[in-house]
Design a protein around this ligand. Structure first.
Ligand SMILES: [Zn+2]
Length: 64
């Protein structure tokens, strides 16, 4: 299972593959893989909180 984060609303969900539509904002958005692959962020298969924070920050700096 991987962790996915919505590029529109920062919603995070756990699934094998990212959904076509975000269950939170209902947009056909891009899902970023925020799964941890190293022990430093909690172990393989866990949610990488550092990546989530970075993505959330990057999304806020994005000019729409
Ligand atoms: Zn969303």
């Amino acid at each position: 299972m991987n962790w996915w984060m919505c590029s529109e609303c920062d919603y995070v969900l756990q699934a094998e593959l990212p959904p076509e539509k975000c269950p939170s904002c209902h947009a056909e958005c891009i899902f970023s893989d925020v799964t941890c692959y190293i022990p430093e962020c909690g172990g393989v298969g866990r949610l990488d909180m550092k990546m989530v924070a970075e993505k959330a920050k990057a999304d806020k700096n994005k000019i729409n």
